[in-house]
Ligand binder design. Sequence first.
Ligand SMILES: [Zn+2]
Ligand SMILES: [Zn+2]
Length: 81
Amino acid sequence: MKLYMCRKCGTVIETASGPSGSSCPQGGNHIWNLLTNDGSTVAKPGLIPFMCKKCGTLVYAKQRPNATQCPSGGGHVWNRV
Ligand SMILES: [Zn+2]
Ligand SMILES: [Zn+2]
């Protein structure tokens, strides 16, 4: 499954298609950035846990997620955990 994060509120969603632009708690609509094409928000066999040391987000993915648009500013810094 694909993982997307809203760069405004930090919400992570898991979706097979594309995310919807529903309303963001930070105002307006969510602005989704793709984190990885093959990941999950929960632990699964074959997926590696990665945590961003800036925003603290934990995701599970086959490889290091994209660094684009950390809600804490700049890009995510993903570390294997
Ligand atoms: Zn949002
Ligand atoms: Zn981050």
